[in-house]
Write a protein that binds this ligand. Structure first.
Ligand SMILES: [Zn+2]
Length: 408
């Protein structure tokens, strides 16, 4: 029986079983379409002891993250988010040119570039060589490594401890959670601040966001679960902010346990109380989710079958990782979606994993004038509907699949 990644209790309760799926960032070339494709179980457990929601590690992080197709800088609203964050840190914690800012999983430098612009020394740590290269070209120094205790100690020995240690959407991707959090404690200077952002489990469940589950995300966190993990490693969550990014994220602010200068804000106690009231510390909360997901699949397929029955043409917008979980789980292929488009040139001419839907540049939409545009990265739906508003010229409409299928 698999055991909990944090507390090692046996995992015997299922949150949801999404069947077999390929790795969601493994886009295929035309030549690969005739070859075998690996599929892995996408079954999510909840730990009965610490309530950490998690997948087994079916694939090593080296296999997933060494070459990664996700470039953060292709989403405008995410860049704006990064810019606002930089201003906030400078203002609230006095981060200045004498500070040292480290970001774990710094991707293509989408965030650290704003600290560089202010003359603040930074260091990114990013295991995917292709995205790290793009950061270095932007002038963001980047270490191409997986973060862990050895790397933290090396950095510390070189005087590269962190006044501000950032991790956005990385905690979920860490297989050895205890090593990672312990290593953050090692790298954080006394008086320093860690901030981490990750999708909030409570929002995932409430918003039926099952498509944010994929093999690359090993863990899904509530405040109650994450507080326990950080506390175990002598780190204190002194503030927590609920953000709207990625369908609802948490940003936690963390210090050393013994840092007396950062009292715990009421937002932390208030959110913890709300999670307990909602039932996140009882197994029953987790058991209702699977049924809700199956119902969503039936309703989405019913909609698509009817639309095709009326001879409507449907194209996709976006080819994000989350799209691939949804497409594979629901069995949506070119029988429903003629093609999809993406702004990331890395994906052009490729095909979605498992479902083999061709990916084109966005101009294709204007050329073929589909009746319906199926928005896969629904967390950016406002931005996309604005960019693509010209589909109204030929009477086109948008489909948003989550939390339930909606036509706009
Ligand atoms: Zn556990």
């Amino acid at each position: 029986m698999p055991t909990c990644r944090f507390c090692k209790s046996p995992l015997q309760h299922t949150l949801v079983d999404l069947g077999m799926s390929p790795l969601c960032e493994s886009y295929l070339t035309a030549e690969q379409l005739n070859q075998m494709e690996p599929f892995y179980p996408l079954r999510v457990y909840v730990c009965e002891n610490c309530f950490l929601v998690q997948l087994e590690e079916y694939v090593s992080p080296e296999a997933i993250f060494s070459e990664y197709a996700y470039f953060s800088s292709y989403a405008d609203s995410w860049l704006q988010h990064a810019k606002n964050y930089t201003e906030l840190m400078v203002e609230r914690f006095g981060i200045n040119p004498r500070s040292h800012v480290v970001e774990l999983a710094s991707n293509d430098g989408y965030l650290l570039q704003y600290f560089v612009q202010k003359g603040i020394p930074v260091l990114g740590v990013e295991p995917a060589a292709n995205v790290a290269q793009s950061a270095i070209q932007k002038g963001v120094p980047t270490l191409v490594k997986f973060f862990g205790e050895r790397v933290a100690r090396e950095m510390l020995a070189e005087g590269k401890g962190a006044d501000l240690l950032i991790g956005n959407n990385v905690l979920a991707q860490v297989p050895d959670l205890n090593d990672f959090v312990r290593s953050m404690n090692i790298l954080l200077k006394p008086g320093g601040v860690i901030t981490m952002e990750f999708p909030h489990l409570m929002k995932l469940v409430e918003g039926n966001q099952f498509d944010t589950i994929y093999h690359e995300h090993f863990s899904y966190f509530s405040l109650v679960a994450v507080e326990r993990i950080f506390g175990f490693h002598s780190l204190k969550i002194f503030d927590a902010e609920e953000l709207t990014t990625h369908g609802g994220s948490l940003r936690i602010y963390v210090s050393h346990q013994d840092d007396g200068t950062k009292p715990v804000r009421s937002r932390v106690t208030e959110l913890r109380e709300r999670e307990v009231q909602s039932g996140l510390k009882s197994l029953n909360y987790y058991f209702s989710f699977g049924e809700k997901v199956k119902k969503t699949k039936r309703e989405l397929l019913e909609f698509l079958i009817n639309a095709k029955g009326e001879r409507k043409s449907i194209a996709g917008y976006g080819a994000p990782g989350k799209g691939n979980t949804l497409l594979n789980y629901c069995g949506i292929r070119t029988d429903f979606l003629d093609y999809t488009v993406d702004r990331n040139p890395y994906k052009h001419g490729k095909f979605t994993p498992g479902t083999h839907i061709p990916i084109f540049p966005p101009d294709r939409i204007r050329e073929t004038q589909p009746d319906l545009l199926f928005i896969l990265p629904w967390n950016f739906k406002d931005e996309i509907m604005e960019q693509m508003s010209y589909i109204r010229e030929w009477g086109g409409k948008f489909i948003v699949p989550i939390p339930e299928v909606t036509i706009l």
